[in-house]
Design a protein around this ligand. Structure first.
Ligand code: NAP
Ligand code: MG
Length: 511
């Protein structure tokens, strides 16, 4: 059970979880968790060091090699984890977790109650259950050339998985990483984002209290990316690194992981295009476009930050977008009236402000927002902001802001829209809005991107693969493909003849 020590300002300091024990960071330091709605410290988390990461990796390695988790079957692990989840669900108060998430990360309570917390736990359950149906033994077609043999695949865990997650969906990201790694038999070391570690810690505490995982299988090390993250990405005992975060850090992780040729899964940034076709139902598409962009203050990797609108309806769409945007309530994340909360940090707001300035210098036309809201002096709030007359090559149309800024781009024909959509280093997601579903599907197929929603946005689920094209990432999460990413296939060949004379390939060497 975690022992929380009191430090300054009466707030809890959460410890690291290594080899089944809670402990302070080697250096004894901690990092504040700040509520971005009011800039107050709500907790502190241990500031893990490289030494702590090494201890956690060592524990994970030993547990994996011991085999008391890794050698169980998919079904056995799935059953144990579903039992563990029942304990977690019985103990955790989802409202409490939603409140922690909203206080720590600034997502509105409406969002964390309806989405972050229940979706995280449901995906944990579903991925675990799906893996329970997976088989270690996978048959292969019978072959009789170059020798009569029975071939099969033995599906195995990869080993020690290092998992590094971002601050925008802290609990969802923890569940997307931990559940598949564990149910597939790996041991893991997870590092939450320094700004938003609290719900991942709650989850690990709850899992620890079940007593169902052998020690060393689950390890959690909070602390800076430059120390804990880099150790995870480079330590030779780690077999796979799964990372969600910026493309810039993703590149660094790939470099570090290449030292020992680790498997990598990278879920990175995006600049997703949302294409309105001429026949779109505008009552749906206007709200959909705003939901695609401003949900969670735009701090979502797949946000539809480029809205592509045909010139015939451009002015009407713009006018309606602006009118609806003015109705969005920005306020304290814990206030149920708020549709948008604060950005996660002062730095994230500064980045947003920088891009608003750049867009104006580039000649984009600010039509709504573009400033901090009045009357909210504390907290990292920023108004939902729309730029019109954005040209596809402007920085505001090419670079990820990760704040509430929408670029509206005019196009002439559908092929031009697709060309603009694909003019990006990213390829994470996108949307198409049309009453003509076959046409919308053909546009979706032409988009070089990992997910396309038709007449909807942001809805990821537990069975559909998620992951980017191009610089949006490597590999997939969720569904069967996501689960397979935590396994490795071993080919086993069993010769079916005992006769030397059947081994004619050997004759290429031997007389
Ligand atoms: P970030 O700066 O890349 O950080 C992500 C994680 O990496 C954090 O835990 C961070 O630790 C750690 N980290 C930082 N530097 C590191 C290094 N040198 N080596 C190893 N780890 C390091 O990203 P962010 O600002 O938190 O998140 C925003 C970005 O994530 C956006 O670009 C967004 O598009 C992307 N994102 C993508 C997805 C997706 O699924 N594709 C989902 C969410 C977010 P610290 O917290 O200690 O810095
Ligand atoms: Mg925080």
């Amino acid at each position: 059970m975690a022992t929380a020590v009191e430090t300054r300002k009466d707030v809890q300091t959460h410890q690291l979880y290594i080899n089944g024990e809670w402990r302070d960071a080697a250096g004894g330091d901690s990092i504040p968790s700040i509520n971005p709605s009011n800039e107050e410290e709500i907790a502190r988390v241990a500031k893990g060091t490289r030494e702590d990461a090494q201890a956690a990796i060592q524990a994970a390695r030993e547990s994996f090699d011991r085999g008391d988790w890794s050698k169980k079957s998919f079904k056995q692990r799935s059953d144990i984890m579903l039992q563990a989840l029942k304990h977690v669900m019985a103990k955790c108060d989802q409202d409490d977790w939603a409140t922690i998430e909203s206080s720590d990360a600034g997502c509105t309570l409406r969002m964390s109650n309806l989405s972050h917390v229940p979706v995280a736990l449901e995906h944990f359950r579903s991925l675990t259950a799906q893996a329970g149906e997976m088989k270690e033994y996978e048959p292969l077609p019978w072959v009789d050339m170059p020798a009569v043999a029975w071939n099969f695949v033995n599906r195995e865990p990869i080993g020690v998985c290092g998992q590094i997650i971002p601050w925008n969906f802290p609990l969802v990201m923890a569940c997307w990483k931990m559940a598949p790694a564990l149910v597939c038999g790996n041991s893991l070391v997870i590092k939450p984002a320094s700004m938003t570690s609290l719900t991942a810690i709650e989850l690990v505490k709850a899992l620890d209290e079940t007593g169902l995982f052998p020690k060393g299988v689950v390890n959690l090390v909070t602390g800076p990316g430059g120390a804990v993250g880099e150790e995870i990405a480079s330590n030779p005992m780690v077999d796979k690194v799964a990372f969600t975060g910026s493309t810039e850090v993703g590149r660094r992780i790939m470099q570090l992981a290449s030292g020992t040729v680790k498997k990598v899964t990278l879920e990175l940034g995006g600049k997703s295009a949302n294409i309105l076709l001429e026949d779109a139902d505008l009552d749906l598409a206007i709200d959909g476009a705003l939901f695609a962009t401003f949900w969670h203050q735009g701090q979502i990797c797949e946000s539809g930050t480029r809205l592509l609108v045909p010139e015939s309806i451009y002015d009407e769409v713009l006018e309606r977008l602006v009118a609806r945007t003015k109705e969005i309530v920005v306020g304290d994340a814990l206030d149920l009236e708020s549709g948008m909360g604060p950005l996660v940090s002062e730095a994230q707001r500064a980045t947003t402000e920088k891009y608003v300035e750049i867009a104006q210098q580039e000649g984009a036309r600010l039509v709504v927002g573009g400033k901090r809201p009045e009357g909210l002096d504390k907290g990292y709030f920023y108004e939902p902001t729309i730029f019109a007359d954005v040209q596809p090559d402007m920085r505001i149309a090419q670079e990820e802001v990760f704040g509430p800024v929408l670029s509206v781009i005019k196009y002439k024909g559908v092929s031009e829209a697709v060309k603009i959509a694909n003019n990006s280093i990213y390829g994470l997601a996108g949307g198409v809005w049309s009453r003509d579903v076959p046409e919308a599907i053909s546009v979706a197929k032409a988009m070089r991107t990992g997910t396309v929603w038709i007449n909807d946005y942001h809805l990821l689920n537990d069975v559909s693969p998620f992951g980017g094209y191009r610089q949006s990432g490597v590999g997939k999460e969720l569904g069967k493909e996501g689960l397979l990413g935590y396994t490795i296939s071993k080919h086993i060949h069993v010769a079916q003849s005992g006769k030397r004379s059947d081994r004619f390939v050997w004759d290429t060497l031997l007389p």
